[in-house]
Ligand binder design. Structure first.
Ligand code: ATP
Length: 458
């Protein structure tokens, strides 16, 4: 199946060549693990975010969106626990000075058999010592002890040095949803259970970023917090696992490339937690998380802010702090999974190999490409283009043979190519070629609009 034809090298090369993703600050020699989305990539990523929002906000009976500030009062991160415990176990190789995560070293050395999630720092050090885990960069065995390293990016605010205060770039979007719990509840008159969703940037000073856009220091998260009454949390946890899974299937993922993975070690406040993993080009890794966070977040914010975050049931007057089921997925990480899943190299009957990105039409950057069979048909093609642009994101291409133009669209995953030919002048119909089957049908203008409306919906 598609995902297996792909390697990370091929994906990175295709993304760069086709305007999907470029290395960040490239003309200055780059800036490690930052990436810029190009003209095609930004469309795809916007479609990914839109599909998620449609599913989890628009189509939900009781979920509402927010767009909270990235810079939040520093007390937020004390309440959430990030100031004290949002850290990774870091080890430096004394020989080559490279920096590593102890848990990653153990996972790689044991080929996934040992589980560092259940180990203390002392146990991880002992494992690395006893198994003589060598530095993956220089091959030597000379480590510093483990040091914990806070992943939050710090900055400061204030106009003079004396008034500077330390603040942080948010390492997750979730807290913007928690601190607005009562604002949203009051203004929407929502009754528990209800959800708050947010899509936005998050920043983490990761020790070992890498694998293209899988782990970066700046990324976008799509997070949904479902507030519910204690006792109903187990059912909602199961429901969100199912919804998260179904969302991926509806995007076209092969279920054989997905699996659930329960967390072996739960955070002290969590009642249950699992990830959905995807079979990425570098192996099975976390795509999203679903967590039962109990009433921890709202209780902590109530304690630290001194403001009540208690919900009052309008029917029976009962007061309580709701439990939270969190569903969290990285937009960039999902994009990498979608790119990997969509990538295919198809050998055609004539022996030629075509590169094709088999995106769900709703995710593809352009819903269709309008192509005049010959340049002298450009006026008619542009007329159709202008009409379609009012409704869909479509692109125009008149350069090169029609075969070459089809291939270019296949490579960026455009699901339909609409060719204006000499019959168009006679009877107003055009050819619509489907990307995956390469089959062609003829439709008139209204037919094209109805066809694209139906086929590109999510
Ligand atoms: P990991 O174990 O991979 O570091 P995590 O468990 O810390 O991830 P969460 O804090 O639960 O991740 O974040 C939720 C989601 O945000 C992840 O499932 C992932 O999709 C995305 N994400 C987290 N960190 C990064 C990152 N550095 N780069 C890109 N996406 C990320």
């Amino acid at each position: 199946m598609a995902a297996k034809a792909v390697t990370m090298e091929k994906l990175v090369a295709l993304c760069k060549a086709r305007g999907i993703i470029f290395p960040g600050s490239e003309i200055y020699g780059g800036m490690g693990n930052t990436w810029d989305y190009g003209p095609v990539g930004v469309e795809i990523k916007n479609n990914v975010k839109r599909a998620w929002w449609k599913r989890f906000v628009q189509e939900s009976d009781n979920s509402f969106g927010v767009d909270a500030a990235i810079l939040m009062n520093a007390r937020v991160w004390e309440a959430s626990g990030h100031t004290t415990s949002f850290s990774d176990p870091k080890m430096d190789c004394k020989e080559c000075k490279s920096r590593h995560r102890a848990d990653t070293l153990i996972e790689a050395h044991s080929k996934g058999k040992a589980n560092p999630d259940t180990m203390t720092n002392a146990e991880m050090e002992a494992y690395i010592r006893e198994h003589e885990v060598h530095c993956p960069i220089c091959g030597k065995f000379n480590w510093t002890p483990i040091r914990t390293f806070n992943l939050m990016f710090e900055t400061s605010r204030g106009v003079t040095d004396e008034s500077q205060n330390k603040i942080y770039l948010r390492p997750e979007t979730a807290q913007g949803e928690f601190v607005n719990f009562l604002n949203v509840q009051r203004t929407t008159r929502a009754k528990v259970p209800f959800g708050i969703a947010q899509v936005g940037k998050a920043f983490r000073n990761e020790i070992t970023p890498g694998n293209f856009i899988f782990r970066t220091i700046e990324f976008e998260q799509m997070e949904h917090q479902w507030f519910c009454k204690e006792g109903t949390d187990g059912d909602f946890y199961a429901e969100y696992k199912e919804k998260a899974w179904q969302f991926l299937l509806d995007l076209g993922f092969d279920p054989a490339h997905l699996r659930f993975k329960d967390h072996d070690k739960l955070a002290h406040y969590a009642k249950a937690a699992c990830d959905i993993q995807y079979d990425f080009p570098m192996g099975w890794s976390e795509l999203n998380g679903i967590h039962n966070r109990t009433d921890y977040d709202l209780s902590r914010h109530q304690e630290f802010s001194g403001k009540t975050l208690t919900y009052v049931d309008p029917v029976n007057g009962e007061r309580y702090i709701p439990y939270v089921i969190e569903y969290s997925i990285g937009a960039d990480r999902l994009m990498l999974a979608i790119l990997s899943e969509a990538y295919d190299e198809e050998t055609l009957e004539n022996g030629e190999v075509r590169n094709v990105m088999r995106f769900h039409p709703a995710i593809a950057a352009y819903k269709a490409a309008v192509l005049p069979l010959q340049k002298n048909l450009a006026p008619q093609a542009k007329e159709l283009l202008a009409k379609l642009k009012k409704r869909f994101n479509v692109i125009y291409d008149e350069a090169g043979s029609i075969g070459k133009r089809y291939r270019r669209q296949d490579e960026i995953g455009t699901p339909y190519c609409i060719t204006v030919d000499f019959d168009t002048l006679e009877n107003g119909t055009v050819t619509v070629r489907e990307r995956d089957s390469m089959e062609q049908i003829r439709l008139d203008e209204d037919g094209v609009i109805a066809f694209l409306t139906e086929k590109t919906a999510f």
